[in-house]
Design a protein around this ligand. Structure first.
Ligand SMILES: *Cc1c(COP(=O)(O)O)cnc(C)c1O
Length: 244
């Protein structure tokens, strides 16, 4: 990796951190309550290393096989660095995720949850997970659908089964709303507000204290923070367009 790349990433990183702090203060929140996740799908291991060198502690990856190819960089990373699965996981890749990752943010079905629980039990590992909700009820997206801030009966039934999984620590919710250009980020505000609303509903209904809201990407993270995001997942605006 060329020196300039590191400089570019460093500049973008400090801009994003500044925006996060601004949006937090604007909505009366503590900037430290918001974690910045760098999304590195399709990016080489060198980019991940650069981010770690710059002090980023949350890395998000989508494809287990690709992550496996970059595993050396994660194995060598300080304990404070957390590797998050944020993509849909095919059943046959669940073992890789159970072994390699620290956190599973894209738990999108009961079946995946049960298989992950099983794989984790074999490794004697407990993993923080977030439940993925499809806030725009888009057919192209994974996760349990949300109609406004209303969940389906199927969701409650699946969620109750997931709560009994000893190796899964359910910490909150995650979503990827419909794609929006940065100028139209306000369009997604209602989806973020709905996700926060649903988290509160679930805590009341189950007497839980889930607190994580992973929401907001390059184009809409500022709005997501104003609506309560505790983790924003940023790829393009930090490390540039995806390779392919
Ligand atoms: C790729 C991806 C991101 C990052 O999106 P950008 O628009 O590049 O910031 C965030 N979350 C998920 C689930 C993703 O798949």
């Amino acid at each position: 990796m060329m020196m300039t790349d590191k400089n570019v990433i460093q500049t973008k990183l400090s801009e994003i951190k500044q925006n996060i702090a601004e949006s937090a203060l604007k909505s009366g929140r503590d900037p430290d309550a918001i974690r910045l996740m760098a999304v590195t799908k399709t990016k080489p291991a060198e980019t991940v290393q650069t981010l770690i060198d710059l002090g980023v502690t949350e890395i998000g990856e989508n494809y287990p096989d690709e992550t496996l190819e970059k595993r050396a960089v994660f194995d060598a990373a300080p304990e404070t660095v957390r590797l998050n699965m944020i993509g849909h996981c095919q059943s046959r890749k669940i073992k890789i995720v159970a072994e390699l990752f620290d956190c599973f943010q894209s738990l999108d079905s009961l079946e995946t949850g049960l298989k992950l629980n099983q794989a984790l039990r074999k490794n004697g590992k407990v993993m923080p997970v977030l439940i993925e909700l499809n806030v725009g009820a888009e057919t192209s997206k994974m996760g349990w659908p949300l109609d406004g801030a209303v969940l389906t009966e199927q969701f409650y039934s699946d969620f109750e089964k997931l709560q009994t999984c000893s190796q899964l620590k359910i910490e909150g919710l995650m979503t990827l709303p419909p794609f929006t250009e940065v100028e139209n980020a306000e369009d997604n505000r209602r989806y973020f507000a709905n996700l926060r609303n649903v988290l509160e509903q679930l805590n009341v209904r189950y007497g839980t204290r889930m607190h994580e809201l992973s929401m907001g990407t390059s184009n809409d993270y500022r709005v997501a923070i104003e609506e309560g995001a505790t983790c924003v997942r940023i790829g393009t605006s930090l490390v540039g367009p995806r390779e392919k």
